[in-house]
Design a protein around this ligand. Sequence first.
Ligand code: MGD
Ligand code: MGD
Ligand code: SF4
Ligand code: MO
Length: 768
Amino acid sequence: MARNAPHDDIDEGRLEVGKPKEWAAGLPGVAVSLRRSWEQMGAGRTVRTLRLLNQRDGYDCPGCAWPEPREADGEHRKLAEFCENGAKAVAEEATTRRVGPEFFARHSVAELAERSDYWLGQQGRLTHPMVLREGATHYEPVSWDEALRLTADALRGLSDPNQAIFYTSGRTSNEAAFAYQLLVRSFGTNNLPDCSNMCHESSGAALTESTGIGKGTVSLADVHHADLIVVIGQNPGTNHPRMLSALERAKAGGARVVAVNPLPEAGLMRFKNPQNVRGVLGKGSPLADEFCQIRLGGDLALFQAIGHLLLTWDDAAPGTVLDHDFIGSSTHDFADYAKQLRELDWAEVEQATGVSREQIARIASMIASSERTVYCWAMGLTQHRHAVPTIREVANVALLRGMIGKPGAGLCPVRGHSNVQGDRTMGIWEKMPEEFLAALEAEFGIDVPREHGWDVVDSIRAMREGRGRVFFALGGNFASATPDTAATERALRSCELTVHVSTKLNRSHAVTGRTALILPTLGRTERDVQASGEQFVTVEDSMSAVHASRGRIAPASEHLLSEVAILCRLARELFGEAHPVPWREFEAGYDAIRDRIARVVPGCEDYNARVREPDGFVLPNPPRDAREFTGTLTGKAMFSVNDLEYPRVPEGRLLLQTLRSHDQYNTTIYGLSDRYRGVEDGRRVVFVNPADLAALGVADGTLVDLVSEADDGDRRAERFRVVSYPTAPGCAAAYFPEANALVPLDAVARTSNTPASKAIVVRLEPTA
Ligand SMILES: Nc1nc2c(c(=O)[nH]1)N[C@H]1C(S)=C(S)[C@@H](COP(=O)(O)OP(=O)(O)OC[C@H]3O[C@@H](n4cnc5c(=O)[nH]c(N)nc54)[C@H](O)[C@@H]3O)O[C@H]1N2
Ligand SMILES: Nc1nc2c(c(=O)[nH]1)N[C@H]1C(S)=C(S)[C@@H](COP(=O)(O)OP(=O)(O)OC[C@H]3O[C@@H](n4cnc5c(=O)[nH]c(N)nc54)[C@H](O)[C@@H]3O)O[C@H]1N2
Ligand code: SF4
Ligand SMILES: [Mo]
């Protein structure tokens, strides 16, 4: 049987599909997280480990970037300040399973490449540095010294530093991220692609234009005190579970919630809070007051329609809807925006959204009467070709009512990886601004390159064309997370050397350059001891709060080095001991790195002292703190004029989004259960609306191949079970990363270059 992607027959005959759930969390959530923790690490370690999760003297959850409550906001942490999926993330890292030299002697790289992401991840923690020598079939153990020498030799052998690519995933600490970008820029390139390129890059690009800062403008307290929360293109019940507690709390204070989503996600409909008795035993709380079942990619049209209604209502009764004081004093280009939107083609809006004019008017009137609105969003907005103008339209609507820089209101792109926002603050970006680069140069007396580097998609293109020759990854799983799996694999395989600093085995270790290295590292939960004693690291959450994280459990193996130690040793190997950066000092004690962060990174003055405060500190955010928009072109918040666009789908085709199940962390598959959507024991499913199935003549349960159509030809992903599901008409869904093979490399968002993995035109073909 020909197959596009490896999988271990896990789905064959075992997959079960039941009714989707109407509520999230509660008792099953607690039970599942404890069972998974027990399986991975036994009872004693489970208790020791989970007790420290998200506590001040413990470690930051390696799950998502949702913030912890802060005393400064009058909030208190609970004894168990974590969720089911946070516990799973910890269990996955603190597992007692091990992948050592015997494992690699038993399994060839070719065999590993045939395994699924699930199987690979379940093998456990990496324990030794390993090398795959040119022409070899198996990885073998290698000393740290030799591994780092091999890497340095390959880098020095390049004819241009820009032939090297340095990827980062978002779990890396601020200290490691700062050291990493310093190493990479000392070496002479800005080729620093990161997972953010595939994630919230579109939010950063849009918000920098609209508000002058590429981050959100709310705190957790703002969410608690909002009177209206609009959740767009986000599935918090699975991906940011503790956000549900914040929504529930806001609702208890009278807030209303609008959910904009093609899927009736369980967590958005009803919520059971496992931290109170009513939550565990009762029916839970209804969450969304208004569920707006939009078509994939219809959000730009929706927010234009909302803007149109707010404008026309205010025209009819001036001053009753728009915040004219704010618009007059703090914004720019309102007239152009209003001129465009006073005219609106409702037929076009209806076509794009699939939402009735009545419902849009209901939502607009909730927005018109709200005094404190928070807009939250995630991948449902960012992974479209028109993602950047879509997010600008959300910002436009917020500006109309002055919902930025006042308590209980603001824009809230909810970040994914636990430190993806911090990594960016520390300089992980292929196009950091001049001020940052100049400060780095002045602080260290090194030459910092100014030419922009490659992001994820450009890196794949460069490797494929032989312009990128050495690939180094600080965390992540580049081979599985990126679009166009076949193209990415070809790209990685054409490198001279691929190096992965990783905690766990994954597919990227099996899709290698001519030579490959695995450098095993400490996880967030583990004790990190260096020459000056025990270390802590720092991270930044989705709401710009920076705080310490202290690993407390014994490392998975005595051979692990911390990410910082690996980078500092590599730098010494590469640059010699006479380099202007004190790499040896950096490794010996991370205070030395933090002292430099304080002098280079804006807003981080006195860093070492402030991260030692119990809750750390919050980075400055001019729009939030002072309603200042100093970062935009005009120094004011910018209205923008955008064409009405949405994905067009030819007759007989569906628009496919790729999303997360309840039992995975990106490419790390915890298990095969997507409980809230009623799917058990399998992942190769495609959710399709029953009316579409009827029109296509495909029966529920049929095995189909998904075929995506692009200018450069078809891409196929084989053997998916059709599941009849209440998704918006015309809009299908399948899991990431199984469906990544279908995303064409060139299908990207304009400006942000983010893969458009939420809008792939596909046809269903019965599996031969
Ligand atoms: N447990 C767990 N937690 C995680 C992760 C994980 O894999 N597992 N991943 C982390 C990371 S890196 C990230 S970025 C976040 C991701 O968090 P999410 O963005 O919630 O993740 P997705 O599963 O991609 O879900 C996208 C949601 O948007 C909806 N959607 C898709 N397209 C559209 C659209 O065009 N319009 C609208 N309005 N809605 C749309 C989908 O139906 C779905 O509900 O989660 C983080 N947290
Ligand atoms: N089709 C499709 N593709 C997508 C998405 C989608 O929605 N649809 N989402 C995109 C998004 S939002 C993101 S963020 C990316 C994610 O892309 P990545 O960040 O590259 O992928 P992850 O699966 O999060 O990486 C998991 C690996 O990280 C390593 N790891 C875990 N913890 C640590 C640590 O502490 N240190 C180190 N060094 N390594 C560690 C482990 O080896 C693990 O196997 O995927 C993107 N790809
Ligand atoms: S909401 Fe996110 S950060 Fe909080 S415990 Fe759950 S996974 Fe961890
Ligand atoms: Mo992400």
